[in-house]
Design a protein around this ligand. Sequence first.
Ligand SMILES: [Zn+2]
Length: 406
Amino acid sequence: MDVSAALSALEALSSSTSTSSSGPLNALIDHQFTQSKQRILAGDDPKTVIVDLQKAVKTCKKDVEKGLKSWYGALGNVGKAVDKAFPPNLGAISKAYEDPPLFSAPEAADALDQVVLDSLGRRGLWDAVAAMEEETTLTYPKDRRALAEELQHIINSILSSNLEPALAWCETNKPFLNSPPHPSSLPYHLHKAVFTSLASDDRAAAIAYARANMMGFVPTQPVLKLITSCLYTGNDIPQNNGKDVDMDEEADGCNQRKAEEEDKKRERQEQLEELAKMLKDEFCRRYQWPKEDPLEVALDLGSRGGALNVIEKARKVMSEHLGPIRTWTDLPIEVPLPPSRRYHSVFVCPVSKEQATESNPPKMLTCGHVIAQESFNRLLKGGRRSAKCPYCPIETSQSVAQRLYF
Ligand SMILES: [Zn+2]
């Protein structure tokens, strides 16, 4: 379990009344005590009332203990996740880098401050940004702050199911979003989300919405399929066909409907989260901001990615024989990174087994197989205009092979 998952589990506990210690206690005070008082006032035998009340207190105690158990479990998980995410010997590692201390050069110190300030701004922690501005000579650019606040506002609106600001942003930035080579599908997905939420209540309104806003996407997106699909969904057919149903079946149906509603809610939330992520990506692309927070990426690589542990191991093992590791510009070992963090993939030609270079770039053949340019040239030997793929029988003519960029 990673740290954020453990933290959300903890948060979920605090928002659930059954696991919060005040839930059962409040119930005890609000209901049991008032009820007992009323019973005594109404002339009930105080002895029996007290015995009942004792029982209620015992049950409440049990409930609180049960809730606490989940709390301890979740807290333990957070601790475990933190230990797992960060190298346990962080103190010892930082000691090894004390002479000269890390980030002691003014440029390095400035760069570090800048990265931290940017990260705070990205998260919208403006109090922390102000504090940091006071302590350093840096200032967070005003225009950037305005943009960061705009992004935050749009994202929060999307997550609370209000897509208006996002659609307005798309409208303002239409030329950018439509520009080649990668026209964005974000506006379509936003309209689609409005359409599906309308379709569950009022199909006619949904269809009218699609007609007014989505017809421009017909050439590139399955708009017509989407519109017609809403005509076939919904629950118009009576479930019991007029026959009598017994109570159990009715209760089952009720539970099923509840479960379906829960599923729908969850699906909608997932859809909104996906839209928020899409919008954030486009927003960052629009203003040429890094897609991910650089500080977060660096920390993630060092901690969860395990890079710090590998480097530390190398320092320990190698510095005995090869001198201080900090003077090296390259590490003579491979530091494995998670696939999502491999930014510069390399291509190795499956024919020649050589790594592709600028002068020998990867080429994709008609069939989709990729080989290096030189391997393709070898296949074209003898003035041939086309060559058969080394992996399948499909021929590719010289002019059709496409250069790929990794
Ligand atoms: Zn092929």
